[in-house]
Write a protein that binds this ligand. Structure first.
Ligand SMILES: [Cu+2]
Length: 161
């Protein structure tokens, strides 16, 4: 009787272990799938993608490419993701004073969730970040002088898939 009870316990234990292994494998498979989004910064002063949808807490890689033939001084781009309560105009104005930092204002890290560097023609830069846990719309902008005013922006929507 005791023997039978013990073998039942072992079977249960094996089942539990199998479930744990399955869960561990599922989680690591999920973690490996960082979502990659390729965006082009265009001569029209627009991003090729103006809407991106991700899941809360998802790992996201943004690859920004600039295919222009124009010189860097005339046509470079960056991609800056703003916090939900950020003031895009204020960030853009501060960015104009941050040319030596790829037009990313250093003292506004509380308003910036993620950003690429500045890309000139023929260049690509990427940034990987964890999407906000809070569902909602988050604005992204290019702060090369004049580009936001021309409409170089988009919306990252965070929602449960
Ligand atoms: Cu731009």
């Amino acid at each position: 009787m005791v023997q039978r009870q013990r073998s039942k316990e072992i079977r249960m234990l094996k089942k539990t272990l199998a479930l744990v292994m399955f869960a561990v494998l599922s989680v690591s498979a999920f973690a490996a799938q960082a979502k990659t989004v390729e965006i082009e910064g265009m001569n029209s002063l627009k991003f090729s993608k103006e809407n991106i949808t991700v899941k809360p807490g998802e790992e996201v890689t943004i690859k920004l490419t600039n295919t222009t033939d124009l010189p860097e001084s005339a046509m470079a781009h960056n991609w800056i993701l703003l916090a939900a309560d950020a003031d895009a105009q204020a960030v853009d104005e501060a960015a104009a004073q941050a040319k030596d930092n790829d037009y990313v204002p250093k003292d506004m890290s509380d308003q910036i969730l993620a950003h690429t560097g500045l890309v000139a023609g023929g260049e690509t830069d990427e940034v990987t970040f964890t999407a906000p846990e809070e569902p909602g719309d988050y604005e992204y902008i290019c702060t090369f002088p004049g580009h936001l005013a021309a409409g170089m922006k988009g919306t990252l929507t965070v929602k449960e898939g």
